[in-house]
Ligand binder design. Sequence first.
Ligand code: IMP
Ligand code: MG
Length: 183
Amino acid sequence: MASTALKQILSEAQVQAGVRRLAGEISAHYDGRPLTIIGVLTGSVVLLADLIRLLDMPLRVGVVQARSYRGAATTPGALTINIESLPEIRDCDVLLIDDIFDTGQTLAELVVQFGRFSPRSVRSVVLLRKQGRSRVALEPDHIGFEIPDEFVVGYGLDYQDAYRNLPFVASLEASELAEGAGA
Ligand code: IMP
Ligand code: MG
């Protein structure tokens, strides 16, 4: 996990400009209506913290947990979702927020599970979308950046729980990715 294996693909300034653009899109869409933002742990925490401080509107924040990576694996494993911490969302406008849309399995499953609680609406925002990877019909409503199909870290995204604190987004060279571990 030497830092020399990191190749920056989005600078801190680019990421921050993308987050400001997302905040503008979200503010315009909800137009002052109260919003419930639900962060998908753990990868969304950095985007969540930055984005909510740019939203000048009535806002509630909650979290759910989803894990699709196990150990050092960089390909998706079985999806585990824990919605015990979900706040009341009946009749609420809900915005799901995640770090990256890869196969789309996580967000698609969360949208289905949230539907059981009769929210007014469920939309989604992601910082990154990997091109050519989606396996679901769902499209995120707000996308910060389209990126190539590479394993990336930083700004919340991890490899084996490391790198989440990087203020930029970088790809990790294949030589650094061990088989069978990750998050
Ligand atoms: P999906 O369900 O396949 O869309 O996977 C989404 C989840 O997988 C994200 O919330 C991330 O936690 C994780 N993930 C997917 N691609 C990457 C990556 O390139 N780096 C780090 N985590 C990733
Ligand atoms: Mg995640």
